[in-house]
Design a protein around this ligand. Structure first.
Ligand SMILES: CC(C)(COP(=O)(O)OP(=O)(O)OC[C@H]1O[C@@H](n2cnc3c(N)ncnc32)[C@H](O)[C@@H]1OP(=O)(O)O)[C@@H](O)C(=O)NCCC(=O)NCCS
Length: 395
């Protein structure tokens, strides 16, 4: 008999991640509210015992909550015909927004505020580009040169400070694409990707069920010729950056005793989450303190974590993290992003923090059934990071 309340992940799904490109993006004529509610519908289809009206609340992470992403959590729920009685909370923590949303839901369950929550993340970087409508407090300019805090510029800085070579980054991007292509070919993402209608470049309609960016034809030779768009003579290129993307992900979280009572199966239990801050000039390394914090909270060490989902916003920061934390040294990694990372799978900002846990769940249910602890982590603009820890409790 368990006395304390526990939160378990019943299931998680996501859309494919598509290019946020007005001519080439497969979701270019699809709006983010439709993508998000398609993902919710698929989640309820998978977990038939739970109806939308059973949900206590929905937390949705989005990094840029302007334009068609303004109040998207509530608007999409209503527009999708879901019950008015269920409230939404639109969460913003830059790229870790979807992870913050997950933690809010998990903590609400642990705090006995409710038993059933949806945690989601969504971002459409085509219709709401990065920085769109963003106004910075004037005092920030007294403290920082804002040009130094642009995401790609910080990725260049991380490469310099942490001594990450261009070749190692390209090697990482190569393996990320190879692994993502292989996993896709073997149908590993089929359990989590919800097919949603999109359009090919020539306008033909089709059901999008694979991530768009993955480059099977990536070569070290071609990558070596690419220029940095962020700094003259820089080392970070489009190949070693996550692409501008569109996508949504959602998970159903539940109080464990209730899940057992309803006979719902699950694999992952929420152990802890931790946010951390760092110097915004090297925002990409914020997962280092976040992971240290989350492990300390759980009384665990790096060696206790069997599997990692680490957002590759840029290969420079992702490599700095795996090395500084002593996880691994170079790609191909054994236990990090084993089905590829964001340089291949895409990074729709607010979606990714949720997508990482969705994928971790799929991996720990299938290829890595023996893994006990899984950790997902990502950085966010202006120097914030988040890490979440899950334990496989499946019997
Ligand atoms: C890097 C970045 C500026 C490139 O944007 P872009 O100039 O619009 O470029 P695209 O994504 O359209 O790619 C441009 C071209 O690069 C080339 N390219 C990219 N990756 C490649 C690879 N691995 N191999 C070969 N060519 C590649 C291709 O020619 C591609 O165009 P194509 O596929 O249409 O032929 C943009 O993706 C970016 O800003 N990424 C980071 C996003 C970010 O900051 N996220 C937040 C993190 S905290």
């Amino acid at each position: 008999m368990r006395n304390l309340r526990e939160c378990v992940l019943i299931d998680g799904v996501r859309s494919a991640n598509c290019r946020a490109h007005a001519e080439k993006g497969w979701f270019r004529n699809m709006m983010p509210d439709v993508i998000l509610t398609s993902v919710y519908s698929a989640l309820f289809d998978k977990v038939k015992k739970i109806k939308p009206e059973d949900v206590e609340a929905v937390y949705v992470g989005t990094s840029n909550q302007s334009g068609c992403q303004n109040e998207l959590a509530r608007f999409s729920w209503l527009a999708g015909g879901f019950p008015e009685s269920v409230p939404q909370n639109h969460v913003n923590m830059q790229c870790p927004s979807g992870m913050a949303a997950t933690e809010h839901a998990a903590r609400a369950i642990l705090a006995d505020e409710g038993d059933i929550y949806i945690a989601a993340g969504v971002e459409d970087m085509q219709h709401v580009p990065m920085g769109h409508s963003m106004e910075w407090p004037k005092r920030l300019f007294e403290k920082y040169n804002m040009n130094d805090l642009m995401m790609g510029v910080t990725a260049e800085k991380v490469a310099e400070v942490y001594n990450i070579s261009r070749k190692d980054m390209e090697n990482m991007a190569y393996w990320s694409n190879m692994k993502a292509a292989q996993a896709t070919k073997e149908g590993k993402f089929k359990r989590e990707i919800v097919p949603i209608e999109g359009e090919k470049e020539d306008g033909t309609k089709f059901m999008v069920d694979t991530d768009q960016w993955i480059r099977e034809d990536i070569t070290m030779e071609k990558m070596a010729t690419m220029q940095s768009p962020f700094k003259p003579g820089g080392v970070v290129t489009a190949a070693t950056s996550s692409p501008l993307s569109t996508g949504a992900a959602a998970m159903l979280l539940m109080e464990r005793n209730l899940a057992d009572k309803l006979g719902l199966s699950y694999h992952l239990k929420y152990v802890a989450g931790a946010m951390a801050g760092c110097d915004p000039h090297v925002m990409g390394i914020a997962p280092i303190p976040a992971v240290k914090k989350v492990l300390a909270r759980a009384g665990l060490k790096i060696e206790d974590i069997d599997i990692w989902e680490l957002n590759e916003a840029f290969c420079s920061q992702a490599l700095a993290i795996v090395r500084e934390l002593g996880i691994e040294e170079n790609a191909p990694f054994k236990n990090v992003n084993i089905w590829g990372g964001a340089t291949a799978l895409g990074h729709p900002l607010g979606e990714s923090g949720c997508r990482l846990s969705v994928t971790l769940n799929t991996i720990m249910k299938t290829e890595r059934k023996d893994a006990r602890y899984g950790c997902a982590t990502l950085c966010g603009g202006w120097g914030i990071g988040n890490a979440i820890l899950w334990e496989n409790v499946h019997k």
